[in-house]
Design a protein. Structure first.
Length: 333
């Protein structure tokens, strides 16, 4: 087993996804804790040459472009087949994938095939008694756990938004090596991507975001969220994934790792627990106010103002108070 780090690039439509560069930054941070390890980036696809070149230029790391003929987009079976062969040969100590829908689709199964440990949702690297540990949230972000893997190889899924990549190209580009591997999926096929005709710009460009979580309890309570948002100019309504999964809001309004990343001046989180997948999409907000009935909700850890109240009672009082004040001062509410 070599002390080396392998990064699995995530890409779509001829471009590396931003998380690929965050994974490279994560690998560089990990590299500093280890005795002179080597870092390799692997990218898999049918036509990945130009994206491999772009990754090598930006990161300065060596990229291995594995061409799988006729591989249309991402396929978990093919990724697991190809990576099992390559990583069995290389035997790296650390394999880094994105903590994304895609990464979580193939990384745990790949770890089983390689007999490796798997630590998901990694947010930080910490040293404890000279051992490298990976920090991840448990119990919906209420507690952080530092996990040390005892196995010679460990697969890590790294949360987006935790490791900032260098915004410039590296001083000297890495090399790109290419080879072809045959692998055809037997059990699952991609039939293409259907894009929704929705745009997320209202959310990403808003100065104020009022976000609804499962704690709103009922679709009808969304009215409260819209009324609260209407008090602010250039505001937008957003939500947690559960609210979008329920069909209460559009996916273009979802905040988090699998939704939008936002940084408005003010973010009001209503009935949102603060799961790390949500927080990583909004923790860059200027000022965060959270309303939650649970005084120990993880969202309070990243909030400037924590309101322990039932939102169904609190928001109407807040709106009413604001309207009365405006009336008293002759301002438009
Ligand atoms: C790969 C992956 C990707 C994911 N991507 C995302 C993502 O992009 N975005 C995202 O949001 N999630 C994402 N998730 C889901 C995430 O893990 C959480 O499940 C989700 O964020 C929880 O949503 P929530 O806070 O609305 O609901 P819950 O966790 O159920 O929290 C509801 C909160 O409301 C509070 N509450 C209840 N009633 C009231 C009331 N009357 N007044 C005030 N507060 C009340 C409760 O105390 C609780 O804290 C992802 C998960 C995975 C595995």
């Amino acid at each position: 087993m070599s002390q080396s780090i392998v990064v699995i690039a995530e890409h779509a439509e001829g471009q590396a996804r931003p998380i690929t560069y965050e994974l490279a930054a994560f690998a560089r941070t990990l590299q500093k804790e280890m005795p002179s390890p080597d870092i390799k980036i692997v990218i898999i696809g049918d036509a990945v040459d130009s994206v491999a070149q772009a990754i090598a230029r930006r990161t300065g790391l060596n990229v291995f472009a594995i061409r799988v003929p006729d591989l249309a987009g991402y396929n978990a079976e093919v990724y697991k087949n190809v990576l099992t062969d390559v990583l069995t040969d290389w035997r790296p100590s650390h394999v880094c994938a994105a903590h994304s829908t895609q990464g979580l689709d193939f990384a745990p199964g790949l770890a089983v095939r390689l007999g490796a440990a798997c630590v998901t949702g990694v947010e930080a690297i910490v040293k404890q008694d000279d051992r490298i540990c990976f920090r991840r949230a448990v119990y919906g972000g209420k507690i952080m756990a530092d996990v040390h893997a005892n196995s010679p190889m460990v697969l890590l899924s790294v949360l987006p938004g935790c490791f900032a990549p260098d915004p410039r190209d590296a001083a000297s580009p890495g090399s790109v090596k290419q080879w072809t591997m045959e692998s055809a999926p037997e059990r699952s096929f991609s039939r293409g991507i259907i894009r929704k005709d929705a745009n997320a710009s209202a959310v990403t460009e808003a100065d104020v975001i009022v976000a609804a979580g499962r704690g709103i309890g009922d679709r009808d309570h969304l009215d409260l969220i819209y009324r609260l948002a209407a008090l602010f100019p250039k505001s937008a309504v957003a939500g947690s994934r559960i609210v979008c999964d329920n069909g209460w809001l559009d996916y273009a309004q979802q905040i988090g790792v699998t939704g939008c990343t936002v940084s408005p001046n003010l973010y009001i989180a209503c009935g949102i627990s603060g799961a790390i997948q949500h927080v990583s999409g909004m923790r860059g907000s200027g000022f965060i106010v959270s309303i939650n009935t649970d005084s120990k909700a993880a969202i309070f850890n990243v909030s400037d103002v924590c309101i322990v109240e039932d939102l169904v009672t609190f928001i109407p009082i807040l709106i009413e108070t604001h309207e009365k004040r405006c009336e008293a001062s002759g301002m438009n509410p």
